[in-house]
Design a binder for this molecule. Structure first.
Ligand SMILES: [Zn+2]
Length: 287
C-alpha cells in the first residue's frame, strides 16, 4: 500500500506539482501514508513555525512596535504567523498562565448594596461565605433593589459556578473587543482602510496578552514586592509600546499620537468596563 517518495501530482487536488507546495490549493507535497519521522518533523515545523516563523513573528512584534503591522499591510506575510492565529496563541498562553498560577492578590470583596456582607471569591473559586453568612446575605438581598437582587442572588447561591461561567466567557468577550478597538481607532483616524485598524488592533492585543502573561508568571516568585515591580513594568511597557506602535503605523506627529492615544484609551476603557459588566451580569443570570 505504501507509495514511497513524493507523488508527481498534488494528493489533494491532482494538480501537477512543481516545487514543495501545490500551486493551486497550497497543500505541501508529502508522500501518501507518510512515515512516522515525516509526520513528527511536519508537526515540529508546524509548531515551531516553518524556518523559525514563530520566533521571528514574536521577535518583530515585541522588539519593534508597529513593524509587524506595517509588514503585514504591505504584503510581507509569508514570513510571519497570521494576525488572528497570533492573537489566539497569545490569548491561550495568557489564560493558561492566569488559571495555573495562584493569585497573590485576593480580589477586593464585593459589598452588597444596603447590607454589611462582603463576598470574596478566591482564585480557586471558593467563596468565603459560611452557611450562616449565606443566610444573612440572602436575607440582606431581600432589601436590595430588584436589579441588584437579580444579579447577586445567583452569585451568593453558587459562587463557584458563577466564576466558572465568567472565566469561560471572558476570552470570547475580549476577542469581540478587538473589532471594537479597531472601530474606536478608526474614529480617530479617518480615511484609512478598516483592515489597517483591525490588524493593528490584533497585534496590539497580542502584545498586551504577552506582557500580562509575564506579569502572571512573576507571581511564581511568591512575593508581593516582585509582583508590584512587574505590575508597574507591565503598565509602563504597554503604554510605551502602544504609543510607539501608533507612531509607526499611523505616521503622525508625537502631539497627535499622544492626544489620539489618550482619546482611544478613554473610549476603549468605557467599552471595556461595559463589556465586563455585561459579562458579569450574563454569568450571574445564566445560573
Ligand atoms: Zn493541490
Amino acid at each position: 500500500m505504501r507509495d514511497r517518495g513524493p507523488s508527481p501530482t498534488c494528493l489533494n487536488c491532482g494538480t501537477p506539482l512543481d516545487g514543495a507546495y501545490c500551486s493551486r490549493c497550497g497543500q505541501r507535497a508529502l508522500a501518501a501514508y507518510p512515515a512516522l519521522r515525516e509526520v513528527v518533523s511536519e508537526a515540529w515545523e508546524e509548531l515551531s513555525g516553518y524556518d523559525g516563523r514563530f520566533l521571528r513573528t514574536f521577535r518583530t512584534l515585541l522588539a519593534r512596535p508597529g513593524t509587524l503591522t506595517i509588514d503585514t499591510l504591505e504584503g510581507r506575510r509569508a514570513r510571519y504567523i497570521p494576525p488572528v492565529r497570533l492573537y489566539l496563541v497569545a490569548s491561550v498562553v495568557y489564560f493558561l498562565c492566569a488559571a495555573a498560577i495562584p493569585n497573590l492578590r485576593t480580589p477586593p470583596p464585593a459589598t452588597m448594596p444596603r447590607s454589611d456582607v462582603n463576598i470574596t471569591i478566591d482564585a480557586s473559586g471558593r467563596s468565603n461565605l459560611t452557611p450562616g453568612e449565606r443566610e444573612r446575605a440572602l436575607a440582606g438581598l431581600e432589601r436590595a433593589p430588584w436589579w441588584a437582587k437579580a444579579i447577586l442572588q445567583p452569585v451568593v447561591l453558587d459562587p463557584v459556578g458563577f466564576q466558572q461561567r465568567f472565566l469561560a466567557t471572558l476570552p470570547r468577550v475580549l476577542f469581540t473587543l478587538v473589532p471594537v478597538f479597531a472601530t474606536i481607532v478608526a474614529l480617530f483616524h479617518r480615511g484609512r482602510p478598516f483592515t489597517q485598524h483591525l490588524i493593528f488592533a490584533l497585534h496590539l492585543h497580542t502584545t498586551v496578552f504577552m506582557v500580562l502573561a509575564v506579569r502572571e508568571l512573576s507571581q511564581l516568585a511568591a512575593s508581593l514586592a516582585v509582583l508590584r515591580v512587574f505590575e508597574l513594568g507591565a503598565a509602563v511597557i504597554i503604554a510605551a509600546y502602544t504609543l510607539l506602535a501608533f507612531r509607526r503605523v499611523y505616521r503622525e506627529s508625537w502631539p497627535r499620537v499622544l492626544l489620539k492615544g489618550l482619546g482611544v484609551a478613554v473610549v476603549y476603557c468605557l467599552a471595556g468596563v461595559a463589556a465586563l459588566f455585561a459579562t458579569t451580569v450574563w454569568a450571574a443570570m445564566r445560573a
